[in-house]
Design a protein around this ligand. Sequence first.
Ligand code: AKB
Length: 314
Amino acid sequence: MLEEKILITGAGGQLGLVLRERLQEKWGFDNVIATDLKFDANFNGHFEILDATDFEAMQKLVVKYKVTEIYHLVAVLSAKGETYPLNTWDINMKTFFNVLEVSRLQNVKKVFYPSSIAVFGPNVQRLKTPQFSNLTPTTVYGMSKVAGENWANYYFEKYGLDVRSLRYPGVIGYQSLPGGGTTDYAVDMFHKAIKNEDFECFLDADTILPMIYMDDVIDATINLMDAPGQNISVRTSYNLAGLSFSPKELATAVQKFYPNFSISYKPDFRQKIADSWPLTIDDNEARLDWGWKPKFGLEEMTKVMIDNLKLKQF
Ligand code: AKB
């Protein structure tokens, strides 16, 4: 296997914290360059400060390290994005344009771009939402991801840049608290349960959303990036399913470990966002093209989250 030089933007975020270590294991300690706005003293490896809206700064790093693959994880998510709609559009689009252009100019071989279930709007089939659905999202984050998917496809068609992408469901992991998402209540619930605290949920009890456990989403990302190019039939972004559950179902799973865990419901503006998203996702194309299959269901995920969060407490 040829050696790759990997650059990760947004490496200090929920996904970056885990992906950067998996990529170090895969490509070697010296071949992964983690970047973010703030220096991360906890990271054992190459770390560079990078504001991904700064084209020149990004290009300098790509040249300096002879980067061959970029994982672009910077994004303002759905809920936070609604507080600053125009800034969200600017940040999400500018950073991705920088990645695409730097990659084109510096002959970066492959780019990973996370899209999201937020690309879907209220006018889709909400059960087993198909890959090729109408994409009219209600959030700026979703709008930026739809645009990003089309730009990914454009750079592939026009310049042959090998951009690959997944529509991530809500990601559940114990490594960090996510920030700014509509699906974030789920990770938060685990943190409250292990501290024996009550939890007030910002979504209604029966709001089902597509989610995925961290190990599954990392496997999906690596497997997609490893797949032979000729297998990749979707150049916008692949639907990806892990599991789907409601706050009430997750609370019931948590109560098997913490019978006194108490949850109440106080829906806010995020309810409307959640109501515009699918309940479950049809990821047939990902399964057929590169063999995707999730490993974690609700019970396995709940156990592994609680076991690991308990360990982290000490
Ligand atoms: C969010 O809730 O905004 C994200 C997502 C589904 O992309 N977790």
